[in-house]
Design a binder for this molecule. Structure first.
Ligand SMILES: Nc1ncnc2c1ncn2[C@@H]1O[C@H](COP(=O)(O)OP(=O)(O)OP(=O)(O)O)[C@@H](O)[C@H]1O
Ligand SMILES: [Mg+2]
Length: 499
């Protein structure tokens, strides 16, 4: 039997390939960033061909680094930035335009068009989602309406739609020569085009949005053998797992029981709680989404608090304001002052997602005085992450009726200990960092490994989870209340900016 399982983690900022052993330890990893394309305010694009090339490159690099070949891998799973939308030519494999990235806001006019009669929540009962620029179905509609020839090709089945999971899978399993055109339930649940109850494309939604069925992929389980890789160096290796990145992190954190939850701090931050085999409707501004489906088992659902911008604000301070050279330097800078100097940043760069769902919000820095320094900005940036997470934790507790005993965390930002302590302080609850924080890739590996019997069941996976560090809240209640009140005030200031 092969010794390892591989995972492609195609994220918003970079692509990774990680090889895991049976205990969920990393054997080898390679990573490469891709270009972020900002053609105008609010627009964010990626080049799908660059993403594909980088994915192949990191697979090769990670294998070479540990001297591995295809025969060392029992299977490969894919996890991906969600909602990012590609439409490509079935005959040539060429994208009809750049990918519209999840945080792109150009569909705001479409959102308005559909909100006009029936309101923002008119499709919530069926799809679990509010009308917002975030989801992939309207991004596809934008392409169909704005890219020349797109609709005609899509209707004829000559152009194929997919989020990044489908784009990579189609290419890796043969592309124009018989590539598999599939997407898993978790990614499909972000299109706003499926019925949550049946996990299938919904005729009513397709009709509302005028989306031709002919361009849509087949919806499959998150853990199943989809096909074999057709490209070197993994030719013949089974592709057997597919999960949106946040759902993959839920699996990587082994949140398999209803009520179990995790929060991932990356480009954005995403709190997901497993709600078992029933979709739970949100009244507090969360999303209802597919959590995973393993083989023939019933699909599992989750409540999700999606925050668009957390780590991306750190990148913005680094790249646009040049406050530091690399992300980890934000921590000593922020620690060089005692507190935020009464500065609050609301990073509503793409509007505000959960629990507010305001497409027309834009970023604000509030509370500036002559006293404020770059160190206060750094501190306010980290704190804005913690406040946004408290907003969604409160919504999660309201919707689920479950008080979070502790917050399980992962993602790139959890290296920041100042943030972790502040998070515990502002939540008034312990914050737990597990030993393995690459949970996104790990979840995809788990899905693939389960499908081919590399792991037998979820108990095998649970045994791999362990705590690295726990932060206990230390802040006085009155200080916490004062800070959070100011945060809420700043959030109000960000609303209704775009007219
Ligand atoms: N020490 C740190 N302190 C604060 N933020 C950090 C630190 N290290 C990394 N980050 C931020 O974390 C993010 C990277 O985390 P991670 O790699 O989990 O992101 P990601 O969301 O998985 O990326 P992608 O979107 O490409 O998948 C970046 O936005 C970066 O600014
Ligand atoms: Mg990621």
């Amino acid at each position: 039997m092969s010794r390892y399982v591989g995972a492609i983690d195609q994220g918003t900022t970079s692509s990774r390939f990680i090889v895991f052993d049976k205990h969920g330890n990393i054997v080898s990893v390679a990573q490469k960033e891709h270009k972020q394309i900002y053609p105008k305010p609010g627009w964010v694009e990626h080049d799908p061909l660059e993403i594909l090339a980088n994915t192949s490159e990191v697979i090769g690099a990670a294998l070479a680094r540990a001297n591995l070949t295809a025969s060392d891998l029992a299977a490969v799973g894919i996890t991906n930035q969600r909602e990012t939308t590609v439409l490509w030519d079935k005959a040539t494999g060429k994208p009809l335009c750049n990918a519209l990235v999840w945080m792109d806001t150009r569909t705001d006019q479409l959102v308005q068009r559909f909100t006009k009669d029936g309101g923002q929540d008119r499709f919530r009962a069926k799809t679990g989602l509010p009308l917002a620029t975030y989801f992939s179905g309207l991004k596809l509609l934008w392409i169909l309406e704005n890219v020349e020839g797109a609709r005609k090709k899509a209707e004829a089945g000559e152009a194929l739609f997919g989020t990044i999971d489908a784009w990579l899978t189609w290419n890796l399993t043969g592309g124009a020569n018989g590539g598999k055109h599939v997407t898993d339930v978790t990614n499909a649940s972000r299109t706003m085009l499926i019925d949550l109850a049946t996990c299938d494309w919904d005729d009513g939604m397709l009709k509302h949005f005028n989306i031709p069925r002919a361009c849509l992929p087949k919806i499959v389980a998150s853990s199943a053998v989809y096909g074999e890789m057709e490209t070197a160096p993994l030719r013949g290796t089974k592709l057997a797992g597919m999960l949106g990145d946040q759902q993959a992190a839920l699996v990587g954190q082994t949140c398999f029981a209803p009520g179990e939850a995790k929060n991932t701090y990356g480009t954005g931050s995403f709190l997901l709680m497993n709600t078992g085999t029933d979709p739970v409707q949100s009244k507090a501004g969360l999303l209802t989404t597919l959590a995973y489906q393993f083989g023939d088992e019933k699909p599992r659902y989750a409540l999700e608090g999606a925050i668009a911008i957390t780590g991306a604000l750190v990148q913005w301070l680094r790249d646009n304001l040049k406050l530091f050279d690399v992300a980890p330097q934000i921590e000593p800078l922020a620690r060089s002052v005692e507190d935020n100097g009464d500065v609050y940043i609301v990073p509503a760069f793409s509007g505000l997602y959960a629990p507010y769902w305001k497409d027309d919000a834009r970023g604000v820095i509030a509370g500036l005085t002559r006293y404020a320094t770059r160190a206060h900005l750094a501190r306010a940036a980290l704190e804005s992450t913690a406040y946004q997470v408290r907003d969604v934790v409160e919504a999660m507790e309201a919707d689920s009726g479950i008080k979070l005993a502790a917050l399980k965390t992962d993602g790139g930002m959890v290296a920041n200990e100042l943030l972790m302590q502040f998070q515990a302080d502002i939540l008034a609850a312990p914050v737990v960092r597990p030993k393995m924080t690459e949970t996104t890739a790990l979840g995809a590996a788990y899905a693939a490994g389960l499908a081919v019997g590399y792991w037998q069941n979820v108990e095998d996976l649970r045994a791999n989870w362990g705590v690295d560090k726990t932060w206990e809240p230390k802040m006085a209640e009155d200080v916490r209340a004062r800070h959070y009140k100011s945060w809420k005030k700043a959030v109000q200031r960000s609303f209704a900016w775009v007219e």
